[in-house]
Design a protein around this ligand. Structure first.
Ligand code: BGP
Length: 479
């Protein structure tokens, strides 16, 4: 529907930005931190763009006060950050590292002193390597107990001050890239294991939420799901079915479990026939049902368009664009179910990500209709090259346009009746992009950090910084 007048953003709307420990902190071996799976993975030649790693990242560990001062200057209402498990438990379990606990304590206090609501992500992909070595990390059900212990430690330490929590960040991405495409640690390609690993992660997510009710009864918690709503390439029924298959196997496979504690039917039947369905033990579904979140966290970047894929069609082997050379992304799919196809109606970034604000509105409505949960947009933003002009400014009008149109879509969704908690832009400062180095930038604040050459890590406010400041000040009135 076309709206003549849009509803205003809610009074207490959380305007913010997000980050993740590995991508900003640096200080990878400082103050007793243990080694994470990413600390190890990035050292394998050829895994990341030009061999970049998070050893220093943007040194937020040492510069968080400067960064939070900038957030306050911008008027940010919330900051979503993640805790590095290996800072709290260098070995994943066992003895607590007090210095690690102290770091996030100080960070949280600093945020609160500046009236910025902390949103704490418990797990944003950096697993203590010790657990990978001990029992294969997510490959073993043993991880559920270690994760429970880690969560309870965080709830006890920070639950008095942190009221918004994200359990797992993009479970669908870290399991798929870790175990289906081998692009993330531990770099495995094994479909059967992928579904099993994912099941363990779902159990861990449910345990995290269950324990949360005891330790932080007045808080809110939910997962952050990487939602790419599925479109059909044409109105041909076989393409519509392909898109349905994709929506179910790539999206509902996770969101149904979060919201209802159930796997979607047709996908379960399909995986069982293929011998790929996860092994489920007695009590698993009861536990999953107990882990109902307070909100659905949504990380939205783009929609994906699908068409029919024959039984001998393309697989998940296609190249992913991690170089920033437009047009290098290849189609992927699952034979007999679906394959991706370029959507000619959409513009793309230099990393071949579709730019589709309307897709966000569509996605928000789908979630609302299916699950009836409030939504926190825990990530949305534009990764692009930025250039420091001779006068020292960064004119990122393209980023302003991206965020403005997506915010407009959020407002349209609000007008449609979607209950929105807040909106976190990815990201506040520039940071390390897992596979794409430092050249793919997302921040409102430029950080002088590069793959090669000069990198004094100085912070420069981009044009978008001043723009977002005004958006926040006016509570989104002048988009
Ligand atoms: C999400 C992750 C973030 C962030 C973002 C941008 O999937 O949760 O950690 O990296 O995507 O992705 P990229 O860095 O690949 O451009």
């Amino acid at each position: 529907m076309l709206h003549e007048n849009l509803k205003a953003f809610p009074e207490n709307f959380l305007w913010g930005a997000a980050s993740a420990a590995y991508q900003v902190e640096g200080a990878w071996d400082v103050d007793g931190k243990g080694v994470s799976n990413w600390d190890k993975f990035v050292r394998i030649p050829g895994k990341t763009f030009k061999g970049t790693n998070g050893d220093v990242a943007v040194d937020h560990y040492h510069r968080y006060k400067e960064d939070i001062a900038l957030m306050a200057e911008m008027g940010m209402k919330t900051y979503r950050f993640s805790v590095a498990w290996a800072r709290i438990f260098p070995n994943g379990s066992g003895e607590v590292n007090e210095k690690g606990l102290a770091f996030y304590n100080d960070l949280i206090d600093e945020l609160l002193e500046h009236n910025i609501e902390p949103i704490l992500t418990i797990y944003h992909w950096d697993l203590p390597q010790a657990l990978q070595d001990k029992y294969g990390g997510w490959e073993s059900r043993e991880i559920v107990e270690d994760f429970r212990n880690y969560c309870i430690t965080l709830y006890k330490a920070y639950g008095d001050r942190v009221k918004y929590w994200v359990s797992l960040n993009e479970q669908n991405i870290f399991t798929r890239l870790g175990y289906q495409t081998a692009m993330h640690p531990p770099g495995v390609k094994d479909d059967k294991l992928f579904y099993q690993v994912n099941h363990h992660a779902s159990l861990a997510n449910a345990v995290a939420i269950k324990e949360f009710r005891t330790y932080v009864p007045d808080g809110k918690i939910g997962p952050s799901f990487a939602y790419s709503p599925a479109y059909a390439a044409t109105s041909k029924p076989e393409d519509i079915l392909a898109a349905e298959n994709a929506e179910e196997l790539s999206n509902h496979w996770w969101m149904d479990v979060y919201a209802w504690g159930e796997y979607p039917k047709a996908s379960w039947e399909y995986l069982e026939r293929k011998g790929l369905a996860p092994q489920v033990e007695k009590g698993d579904f009861a536990l999953l049902k107990e882990g109902k979140p307070d909100f659905m966290g949504v990380n939205y970047y783009q929609t994906t368009t699908f068409e029919k894929n024959p039984l001998d069609g393309v697989t998940m082997e296609g190249t992913f664009n991690t170089t920033g050379k437009k047009g290098t992304m290849e189609d992927t799919g699952i034979p007999g179910l679906f394959k991706t196809i370029t959507n000619e109606n959409l513009e793309r970034t230099n990393w071949d990500w579709n730019i589709d604000p309307q897709g966000l509105r569509i996605g928000l409505r789908r979630i609302t209709n299916r699950y009836g949960l409030p939504i926190l947009i825990s990530e949305n933003g534009l990764g692009e090259y930025d250039k420091v002009e001779e006068d020292g400014t960064i004119q990122d009008g393209y980023r302003i346009e991206y965020i403005r149109t997506h915010l407009k879509a959020v407002q349209e969704a609000i007008t449609d009746g979607v209950e929105m908690i807040g909106y976190c832009v990815w990201s506040f400062t520039d940071l390390l992009s897992w596979l794409n180095g430092f050249q793919k930038r997302y921040g409102f604040v430029y950080v002088n950090q590069h793959e090669e050459g000069e990198h004094d890590l100085r912070r420069i406010k981009k044009k978008s910084f001043y723009w977002y400041k005004e958006v926040i000040e006016s509570n989104g009135e002048n988009l």
